[in-house]
Design a protein around this ligand. Structure first.
Ligand SMILES: [Zn+2]
Length: 108
């Protein structure tokens, strides 16, 4: 779901969450464990404390970093739901409807 028409694979989206972002740089093996089998990276949004942890490797591409940064900003794909769990990641991705509800409640 593109909240504001942003294409998060190619541009930095509006920061809807204003969360603090932390980076967790791991090995390729750890990335697969943390984020799931074919994931290039992942973002874990902690709604209660307002932060977001992005897991990447040292060799992750700029576009992967951008993609995960945008998840932290409240963006999700059109092509599949962010919380798709078939990859069985160790990171507990928030169901995206929970994130949407959170963002709606924050609006003035
Ligand atoms: Zn994604």
């Amino acid at each position: 779901m593109r909240l504001d028409g942003c294409n998060g694979d190619f541009e930095l989206c509006t920061n809807l969450t204003e969360f603090d972002v932390e980076y967790n740089i791991v090995t390729e093996g750890e990335l697969r464990t943390q984020c799931g089998l074919d994931a290039l990276g992942c973002a874990d949004l902690n709604l209660s404390i307002g932060n977001c942890v992005i897991t990447l490797t040292a060799s992750s591409s700029r576009s992967t970093k951008l993609h995960e940064q945008n998840h932290c900003r409240g963006w999700d794909h059109d092509y599949h739901d962010y919380s798709w769990t078939f990859r069985r990641p160790k990171v507990r991705w928030k169901p995206w409807d929970v994130v949407i509800d959170f963002l709606k409640k924050r609006k003035p």
